[in-house]
Write a protein of this length. Sequence first.
Length: 184
Amino acid sequence: MPLVILFHGLTGSYKSPYIQGLMQELSQNGFDTVLMHFRGCGDKENLLPRSYHSGETGDALEFIHYLHNQSPQRTLYGVGYSLGANMLLKLLGEEKEKALLQKVVAVSPPMQLDICARAMNRGFSKYYQHRLLLDLKSALDKKYDKHDMQRLLNFKRRDIKGLNSFWKYDDAYTAPIHGFASSE
């Protein structure tokens, strides 16, 4: 039986309705499914200062290789949503012929993150950005309990509440913790 590996969107998890719905639909049509949670997105806490981002393919590649090694004869497919779709397409571009996934589906990948981030900061999308940032800022706040995040980021904990756009969040956290000069 083929195995479909799912990759959720930003702040998603097995609790996300779109993940639950797809898992149910695929199961009813003869596919096994498994979801890879990005760091800190499931019920398990991320113990490292770093997290995940759309360009981080290492965790997914390791997960795919693990599943392949468990059942080398099994056909593997992939489905990614939003940020997970962006990451999945990047992974395929990096792996090319070595990719272990036979087919993939990318649902609403934000192909140009800068354009998407600007669009998320306007109109009704601003509310959606706000909802996503609540989860991201909460996870970042918890990191200050276990790590010297102020030293790592040169960013005070009390200033987390002011991160009201993806640009500000990525400049304050995502870029510096993952070794980028800025969100650009």
